[in-house]
Design a protein. Sequence first.
Lengths: 506, 428
Amino acid sequence: MSTDQLWSSYGIPMAKLLWKAQNVELEGIGSLMVVDGCLVEESDLGQNFFVTPASVGQSRAKVVSELLLELNAEVEGSHVQRDPAEIIENSPEFFQHFSLVIATQITGPSLYKLADICWAANIPLVIVRAHGLMGYSRIIVREHTVVESHPEQIVDLRFDSPFAALREFAESFNLDELDSMAHSHVPYIVILLKAVDSWKRKHDGKLPSSTADREQFKQSIRDQQRSDMPGNQNFNEALASAYRAWTPTTIPSSIRSILNNTCAQNITSETPDFWIIARAVCDFVQNEGQGFLPLPGTVPDMHADTESYIRLQTIYRAKAREDAAAVSERVANLLASIGSSPSRIPVQEIEMFCKNAGYLHVIRYRSLTEEYATETARSKTIGNSLAGDPQDNIAWYVMLRAVEVCKTQFQRYPGESESHYVSDQQTVRKCVDAFMQEHGLDPALIADDYVQECVRAAGSEIHVIAAILGGIVSQEVIKLLTHQYVPLNNTVIFDGIKSAASVYEL
Amino acid sequence: MALPTVTQSLPDADRRWRDIYRYLDRPGPFMAEGFEAGAAVKEFLHSIKILVVGAGGLGCELLKDLALTGFTDIHVIDMDTIDVSNLNRQFLFRASDVGKAKAEVAASFIMRRIPGVKITPYFGKIQDKDEEYYNQFTIIICGLDSVEARRWMNATIINMYDEDDPETLKPIIDGGTEGFKGQSRIILPHMTACYECSLDMQTKPTTYPMCTIANTPRLPEHCIEWASVLEWPREFPDKKLDGDDPEHIKWLLDRASTRARHYDITGVTYSLTQGVVKNIIPAIASTNAIVAASCATEAFKIATNCATPMNNYMMYVGDQGVYTYTFELQKKEDCPVCGAVAIKIQVSPSATLQDLIDLLLDRKDIQLKKPSLRTSATSLYMQAPRALQEATRPNLSKCLSELIRDGEEVTVTDESLPISIQITVRFE
């Protein structure tokens, strides 16, 4: 299923889902379950689009899931009227059935336990909280792999190392013999290939490397222009892309580390498809690939006559097919070696991997335990951010951690009760100080303004902030489920006063 | 259209708006100047008139967001009717609403769902309304998808400002999305940068409305979109379209060319087909949700002063992680709408009037379509009426030095704009 279909069919319910539902889970794609033990209250009417005055007093899980599904008949939905904290405590196995769990407004011991359950069962967990004009979300997945990260453009044209068909195509052009019209329609790829070839002949097979070399290289391109038609578009394109010609084709270090990862190197029958193909690509690079990744086969748009452009496309594409076929054969052999059927990994999947081989992503998220345990906490990230800017969004993170402690202790948000308004500020301040000291940081880095604002907010869920977070989270959830695009790693804080989001790896 | 019956007993305001009242009942360190906690600010929030321009993807979200933020007198204006292709993300519309006015259906859905909120729809163009209409609103929020409509709204609201009457200062909150990218911004007439100040930040629009693609193609791009978005999945339901496969592109090119011939459209080429196919940017529901909610958050802060508004532009990008960039967009001194000085243009005295017009048409910061030019003394070139156009046409090939003095001010008007632009022409 393509992403487009996913967006159109499932985007809406997931975006709305988070507006208030206390706990939402998604099973696979296209079905979701709302878990909530509360009854609809009047305060829900002022913040939740999926309740009506007539639903006051009814199960919130039931009302929300029904009105949610009304948005999209293709989504299957269900609800469970139980307190999420009670399920986490008594029925941890409940969560095993889901592809992804979203925990909204859950804090303290229930959250830590849910995070442990999901971590142990290898189920992605997305935590989301709104607190007044602030919002927070955290993603926890053991390992998330992305083949289709959708970079702005995929460019791998092999100017420095043209394969036979490409070299022959470039050689078939004799620029001096072309009439003016044809000369102005020679694809810039051909112009550059010819320029590199002639440069290498004169310079012991080396590419232009010094600034002077490069200027001279560009001059050699300018010299090819016809004096009667200077500034032709194809030559301008060649000059603008000259840097691609003198940049050697290499494998980025992030991709190298994926190919050499132990997951790819030690293949078993349990190994996910991603790592099997990664291993095949790794072997390809070391053998028939001659040190290069499989060719993506894409050609950027350029000024050219249709025929030469289509021929160029066909040449790059044929080589890409050839490379993908070689990788496919390696995949088949690897599958055979671990006793899996060769049909386990479809050819299209391998082709897609090869096309995106230069743009793969592997994210290993930190667990909530690592984040919360003082010895593994990212105290430096917090300290450095605050030292750089005392109003950095990380200050709200510290506040949310302090509020969480108060909430656990008093079973209510600080500021909820008018009679404790002042003492709550003192309590929160103490919790902030304790957090900072525990992490070896100066408590003075958090100004009292933050304490006062958090107590003022008193855990309120303002609809528009929940909607911003809901939108962000639904976007991230779809990235996680489809393995397309790159999800955030690992925490986002949104400040609705400044209107700015920041991402931290905590 | 039947209006929903108003429920007799509304939910108790203090309980219903508990979460919002936490902010309105208490002062805080981040409140804006002029904030006073208590009953008056709540009453103000619940009674002011706010206008939502556009009832599409952003507009639907905005109406819901504002209604759940305590605004109760909301107006919405939109000239479109509901198309099947809107149903996937314009969540207030159902299949049975296809063909009805977006503004009316959206308004009645919200009023049915959220009692106590009054939404007044207007099914028509923004240009149908005059200053008296726009003057009744305290805040105006735009969820538009066209540059022209935004320019018109911006110029109209900014021109309404009268410094002797503070009531005429209308904050505009503007939202826009394209795929995973979006932005929200606040325009305070004459105080912050306006839409026109930042016109050169606009990239060429690359999305086309589905109804245009399906029914009324005008451009070669529309024919290509029709072939790729509608015909391809119908013909090959199981095959994914690959923008890099020449065979796929050729198939699309054939289909699109046939359609283009049928509609007398020229310009469908292989490279255009590929360009269009590879640049398809679908509107994404979650980006709309984020940008609309950001606009509504700013409306809430501006209406109540409970916290300082953003200053003044937030850009959002969601495809590689989550990224926002919030910054103060600067006013342009020579902005044709809110600036105080004329735009300076340098030309050679031997350049023709046509050269000057071409130079103006090239400028991304003013984006003209069919400019007419005149000096305080005479018409240089007028697009209309016809007699005047014919009379001024010979000027196009004349040297500028024959027509104007060095440093003379020229007024440029354009039928797509509610404003005129002053330029000072300097000879090099």
